[in-house]
Design a binder for this molecule. Structure first.
Ligand SMILES: *[C@@H]1O[C@H](CO)[C@@H](O)[C@H](O)[C@H]1NC(C)=O
Ligand SMILES: *[C@@H]1O[C@H](CO)[C@@H](O)[C@H](O)[C@H]1NC(C)=O
Ligand SMILES: *[C@@H]1O[C@H](CO)[C@@H](O)[C@H](O)[C@H]1NC(C)=O
Ligand SMILES: *[C@@H]1O[C@H](CO)[C@@H](O)[C@H](O)[C@H]1NC(C)=O
Ligand SMILES: *[C@@H]1O[C@H](CO)[C@@H](O)[C@H](O)[C@H]1NC(C)=O
Length: 951
């Protein structure tokens, strides 16, 4: 008897162990088969690569599958972006029937347009259908999934009005995401039963909602989070409805066009903790009295609101009960009033994050904010007009890790105890103020400091050796101060990877260091421009393989640019302009991925370096003012990313090759002051000249957002951007009579062509008129003939047009009066004739200096009047005897045409026998011949008729 029991127990244990072993091996067989079935629908090989039917492949270990730890059944499937063929499909939901315990299913981005059947989805608690092609009807379909707690249909094709009475069936639904559809409103709120009002979170960002949603949404009384960001809401905030959401904890109405003030019913929202009203036209009294009763309010986002000042009486009577932890109120818009900080700030003592940037608040630096809020972690007040010295608060702010006081009017010394006041500093910026004296050496001892920006002040003393002691400092920016002396070795062998000492008075040589002695040098940016450094560039620099940006411009460096430059495999930006470098450019430079190359104002020579052949990453090539010689090579079109080409003031010669036109991102071209000859290629009109964002360097990187905010979704929107590199692309280009330096964003929009001071001949190609985005055109000081193409009236963006010192003739087309952007216009020293179009628009602003040296031009602003006797120009264009001149022109035209025609015929036969080079030359000649004929027609016939139309 006992033995029998013993065996039974043994057997039972064995079975249990066996079952246990089996289960840990993998999922159930029917689920494994079902998963493989799914694979025929979700057919992207890379997405479900490990779903394979081989022995020993356990489906619970497959990627995107999660099984229950106890039952070993599939509970979660994540099939995002898992389809290969991109076309709309219907998903047969019965494929999911075998997964009886499936709780969570994610089908993001699969071009699903709808479902066949829905049985398979019934057990689901979480369903993510975002970024598919689902229509309105989906909502009704989903309503059968009565177990759903969380549903996302974001980024689909839901449109117009959505009937939410279906939600009655989704009694357990808590989280609903309908963002990024074209939903205009929700309807049937009145038909909601109690059961459906369980929903706690609704996200409808990026919709096209009408305002009445705020009035009706109050029916969902259990709502705790409501996000209607960027949803086209406009008009005033309603005075009832939404205020009934007394459970609401998070309300995001940012980036809409809401206006007016906050209605008094808002005080009903007593549970509110996070409120985002930023980027609207909402008015908030500077006492923030509107939020006085929202006593749980902790996170308040009111960037770009209108701050309204009010009578002090009101302020005395009541002040806000809330204690904020996060306040973002940057960039407020106010009609010329309040420069004072809002009074309610006086009552805050629990702030962790405070952003007052770009508000132009004035007065003394509000040190009391730091004193009152001892838990402050991030304090941003750049872009105001705070004055006075920086005073350390009485007590240390041990939590403070980010302080940005840049761009104010603060002055005086920085207190030497600043580091003990903020012992945890990570990011500290005082740039663009008027601080002076000594840089506190203690910064070198702060153990977390990673970014120190003291640029654009008047600091005159600083012991760089002390700063170099920091183990944490990565970016040190002391640009544009009055620092002097030699650059110490220690700063070069420190941990710093972004070193900006530009715009000071440093002199002497860059010290020689032994790179191999440093564990690893991680320099990313070195900016020493605008100092008085001299000597040769030390060799070690060429071995810093991490270097991306090197700017040594405007110093007194000399010597050759060595081949070792090409060791810098990460280099993106190199500026050696305004030094005394000589010799040629090393031929290996094409092996680099360099994008911005500035070598202007040196003594470099040789032909346009073959070195650049196929440098397809090059965006800017600036060789201005050197001694380069030779032609622009035919292979110029291999520089396929080139947008800025500056070859001004060298010894280049030859024709401008038509290959240049294949560089269709080119938008700033300066070939002036060289010895180019021949015609202007008409294909220059191929340039699109659209703004591009590669021209301006650099990019931006983000600093941590608001650390106190646990709500990750919200932290996202408040990340602030710092420049990734402070080195900015600068381009000198002559427009509007002066040499301008373009940098930053302006560069993205700038476009210009400068071919002045060469030996160009022929006509101005009429196609140039197609460059409707062109901002500046300078063709002066050449030997151009013919007339101004009437197509120039299409240069709608042109601001500066200089055609002076050529041999142009004819009239100034009256159509050009339509050029409303034109600020500088110069046609002097040509042979223009006829009336000056002076009466209208921009042309009324040009004075006589625009027209000097054209004896046959008449009318204001010149003193010669057109009606005066003897002033009628002799030019055929302006002749009185139109018939006769037209007749003569026609004769001349036919004559020229026939001569051309005969030459063409005679040569065609010959050309066939001549070698290809000659053949090409002939074609060129014939093309030119035809062009000449064409211009003859236009110049003499159309030109005349234009002139006739002008008064
Ligand atoms: C299953 O176990 C793993 C590791 O032991 C654990 O990380 C996971 O949370 C568990 N899953 C469930 C649903 O309990
Ligand atoms: C569904 O979409 C259509 C447009 O496709 C829209 O007109 C309609 O209002 C939407 N809502 C309902 C409930 O049909
Ligand atoms: C909401 O506010 C209005 C006006 O401020 C008030 O009349 C109403 O009683 C409040 N409702 C609740 C539920 O507190
Ligand atoms: C904050 O500082 C100001 C100025 O020193 C003071 O008037 C105010 O009472 C302080 N507020 C708190 C809450 O400590
Ligand atoms: C350029 O080269 C020529 C001769 O090749 C020389 O005379 C001239 O001084 C050089 N110019 C500069 C700026 O170095």
């Amino acid at each position: 008897m006992e033995i029998k029991w013993f065996w039974i127990v043994i057997l039972a244990v064995a079975v249990a162990v066996a079952v246990g072993l089996m289960e840990t091996e993998g999922c159930l067989e029917q689920e494994r088969v079902a998963l493989l079935h799914l694979k025929s629908f979700f057919n992207s090989p890379s997405a479900l690569w490990d779903w394979v039917d081989v022995k020993g492949s356990h489906c619970c270990q497959w990627e995107r599958v999660q099984c229950s730890n106890t039952s070993r059944r599939v509970i979660q499937l994540s099939l995002n972006s898992a389809r290969l063929h991109r076309y709309a499909v219907y998903l047969n939901a019965s494929l999911f029937l075998p997964f009886e315990e499936l709780k969570s299913l994610s089908l993001v981005d699969n071009e699903i347009a709808g479902f066949v059947d829905n049985e398979g989805l019934l057990p689901l608690k979480e369903l993510d259908l975002s970024y598919n092609l689902l229509q309105n009807s989906t909502f009704a379909f989903i309503s059968r999934l009565s177990n759903l707690k969380s549903l996302s249909i974001a980024g689909n094709n839901l449109q117009g009005c959505i009937d939410i009475k279906e939600m009655n069936k989704l009694a357990k639904l808590k989280h609903l995401d309908l963002s990024d559809n074209q939903i205009e409103s929700l309807q049937s709120f009145e038909e909601l039963e109690n059961a459906s009002t369980n929903v706690q979170e609704i996200y409808m960002s990026d919709s096209h909602l009408s305002n009445n949603i705020l009035q009706s949404i109050g029916a969902l009384t259990s709502l705790r989070r409501l996000t209607l960001q960027n949803s086209s809401l406009s008009g005033p905030l309603p005075s009832k409805g939404w205020c009934d959401l007394w459970n609401l904890e998070l309300l995001d109405l940012s980036r809409n066009a809401l206006e007016g003030s906050i209605p008094s019913c808002f005080s009903n929202l007593t549970s509110l903790q996070l409120l985002d009203l930023s980027n609207n036209h909402i008015k908030v009294p500077s006492s923030f009295i509107s939020f006085a009763n929202n006593s749980f309010l902790k996170y308040l986002f009111v960037d770009q609101i209108h701050l309204v000042s009010e009578s002090t009486l009101q302020i005395r009577t009541k002040h806000s009960e809330f204690q904020l932890q996060v306040l973002c109120m940057s960039n407020y818009k106010t009609k010329g009033s309040s420069k004072e900080l809002p009074n309610f700030l006086y009552y805050q003592y629990d702030l962790r994050y405070l952003d007052l940037s770009n508000n132009n608040f004035g007065g003394q630096t509000p040190t009391w904010l730091l004193e009152n809020n001892t838990r402050l972690q991030q304090f941003l007040m750049s872009g105001n007009s705070f004055k006075g010295p920086l005073q350390s608060p009485k007590h240390a702010n041990v939590n403070m890790f980010e302080v940005d006081m840049s761009n104010n009017e603060m002055q005086g010394q920085v207190p030497m105890n600043i580091c003990s006041t903020f012992p945890q500093l990570e990011y500290f910026s005082l740039s663009r103020n008027a601080f002076e004296g000594t840089i506190p050496p203690c910064f070198g001892g702060l153990k977390s400091l990673s970014l120190l920006d003291l640029s654009s002040n008047n600091f005159s003393r600083g012991i760089l050796e002390e700063l170099a002691k920091s183990n944490s400092l990565q970016t040190l920016r002391l640009s544009n101060n009055n620092l002097s002396g030699k650059i110490p070795t220690s700063i070069l062998i420190s941990n710093i990877d972004g070193l900006y000492l530009d715009g000071n008075n440093f002199h002497g040589e860059i010290p020689k260091i032994d790179l191999s002695a440093i564990p690893f040098s991680s320099f990313r940016d070195i900016d020493l421009r605008n100092n008085h450094l001299s000597g040769k560039i030390p060799r070690w620099i060429w071995n810093v393989s991490s270097l991306e940006t090197l700017d040594l411009s405007n110093n007194h460096f000399d010597g050759h640019i060595p081949r070792e430059l090409c060791n810098l495999g990460s280099l993106i930006f190199l500026d050696l302009s305004k030094n005394k470098f000589s010799g040629s450019v090393p031929s290996c430079i094409c092996s680099l991925a360099i994008e911005h190359l500035h070598l202007s104002k040196n003594r470099l020579s040789g032909p346009l370096p073959r070195a650049l052949y196929r440098s397809s990453s090059l965006v800017t090539l600036d060789l201005n003012q050197n001694n380069f010689t030779g032609k622009i090579p035919d292979w110029i079109d291999t520089l396929s990313s080139l947008t800025i080409l500056l070859l001004k003031a060298n010894q280049f010669e030859g024709k401008i090759p038509s290959q240049i036109c294949r560089l269709n991102s080119l938008s700033i071209i300066d070939l002036s002051q060289n010895k180019f000859f021949g015609p202007i290629p008409s294909c220059l009109s191929n340039f699109s000249l659209e703004p591009t964002f590669e021209k301006s360097f650099p990019n931006a990187w983000s600093l941590p957002g608001i650390r106190v905010l646990e709500d990750a979704e919200h932290a996202d929107s408040t990340i602030h951007w710092y420049p990734y590199s402070y080195v900015e692309e600068q381009v000198a280009f002559t427009t509007k009579k002066g040499l301008h330096t373009y940098s930053g964003n302006i560069l993205d929009y700038m476009s210009g062509i400068d071919l002045s001071c060469n030996r160009l001949t022929g006509q101005i190609p009429f196609e140039i008129g197609n460059l409707s985005e062109l901002h500046a055109l300078n063709l002066s000081h050449n030997y151009l003939t013919g007339f101004i193409p009437p197509s120039f009236s299409k240069l709608k963006q042109i601001e500066s047009l200089d055609l002076s010192y050529n041999k142009l003739s004819g009239i100034i087309p009256i159509q050009m009066m339509e050029l409303n952007s034109l600020a500088v216009f110069n046609v002097s020293y040509n042979n223009f004739s006829g009336n000056i179009p002076h009466e209208k628009a921009q042309f009324a602003t040009f004075d006589e200096s625009s027209y000097l040296g054209n004896p046959l031009l008449c009318g204001p602003p010149k003193h010669e009047s057109c009606t005066g006797t003897g002033s009628i120009p002799k030019s055929p264009n302006a002749s009185d005897s139109e018939e006769e001149s037209g007749w003569l022109d026609m004769h001349a035209f036919y004559l020229t045409f026939c001569v051309c025609y005969i030459i063409v015929l005679m040569t065609i036969g010959a050309v066939l026998y001549i070698n290809p080079h000659w053949r090409r030359a002939w074609f060129y000649f014939i093309q030119h011949c035809i062009d000449t004929c064409y211009y003859f027609i236009v110049d003499n016939i159309i030109g005349v008729s234009l002139f006739r139309r002008s008064p």
